[in-house]
Design a protein around this ligand. Structure first.
Ligand code: SF4
Ligand code: SF4
Ligand code: SF4
Length: 272
């Protein structure tokens, strides 16, 4: 039973969030929403423990498709960064602001960039591309993420200051167009840099929140130095160029880890 403690703990955390928001906001949607996400993540972790090859991908599709299709397209919730600014400016602690608080800001202190490995609907598509492990050296263009972050902020701020009408509709179309731009850019970059996760490494504005918070993450891959034989197999399979054999928080690309556990699966000595 001990090995199932982690999925049970994840389910418990999400149920606490689900019930708390349901009762405090008096809205049954939160119970359904966070229970569904918790069950999907726990199910993926359960499959991972059972050594099922596509465990992470199943969770990614369950959560990613739910958020993109049901929340985004059917319920008209803009869960992109523009939606976060929008709800923040309106002073409403709902939808995108709650989503960001749980998955991309405060939750990151607990479960790192699990969002990027198990839930993001952009990466859900990019992970189907052929370059699961980068075939080129990392580029020095990560500054682009800050430009996109600033542009998204100014875009929503301008709409507010100009008192643009029908903001809900504008946000819906911003969600559709934004996602199309992300997918096209992500696919082009993946092929140009031979790296499925190039978009995550250089462009994604959400990493402006994710990276600093994940530096302090409770959940992280650690290396047992007594078992490690320095074979380097772990680094060869990492999609994010992390030096997971270094246990310090300052390890190379440490804030990039998406907790995919490919390194753990491929370590011949169970050192990770
Ligand atoms: S870095 Fe951005 S695009 Fe990549 S998985 Fe994380 S949130 Fe999604
Ligand atoms: S794969 Fe395992 S044994 Fe090899 S370097 Fe990595 S942690 Fe050490
Ligand atoms: S391979 Fe290991 S270090 Fe690299 S992203 Fe996945 S879990 Fe993190």
């Amino acid at each position: 039973m001990k090995k199932y403690l982690f999925p049970i703990a994840m389910l418990t955390i999400f149920e606490i969030i689900a019930i708390t928001l349901w009762l405090t906001k008096d809205n049954l949607f939160y119970l359904f929403n966070f229970s569904y996400i918790g069950i999907s993540i726990s199910f993926g972790l359960f499959l991972f423990i059972k050594k099922y090859k596509y465990a992470r991908r199943i969770t990614q599709l369950l959560v990613g498709l739910y958020m993109l299709v049901y929340l985004g397209l059917i319920s008209n919730e803009n869960m992109q960064i523009e939606g976060f600014w929008y709800y923040l400016f309106t002073g409403v602690f709902e939808a995108a602001t709650i989503h960001y608080a749980v998955a991309k800001i405060f939750g990151v202190l607990l479960f790192g960039r699990g969002w990027c490995g198990y839930a993001c609907w952009t990466a859900m598509i990019l992970d189907f591309l052929p370059y699961k492990v980068p075939e080129q050296k990392r580029k020095n263009i990560g500054f682009i993420r800050y430009i996109i972050f600033g542009v998204s902020f100014v875009f929503v701020l301008t709409l507010f200051l100009s008192h643009a009408g029908n903001m809900e509709r504008i946000m819906f179309w911003a969600f559709i167009i934004g996602n199309c731009v992300y997918y096209i850019t992500g696919i082009i970059l993946a092929f140009a840099f031979k790296d499925n996760r190039a978009f995550c490494k250089y462009i994604c504005p959400i990493t402006v929140f994710l990276k600093p918070m994940s530096y302090f993450s409770l959940l992280r891959v650690k290396c047992n130095k007594e078992k490690c034989i320095s074979c380097g197999k772990c680094k060869k399979v990492c999609p994010m160029d992390v030096d997971m054999t270094d246990n310090s928080r300052k390890r190379q690309n440490g804030t990039e880890c998406i907790l995919c556990f490919e390194c753990v699966k491929n370590c011949p000595k169970d050192a990770l």
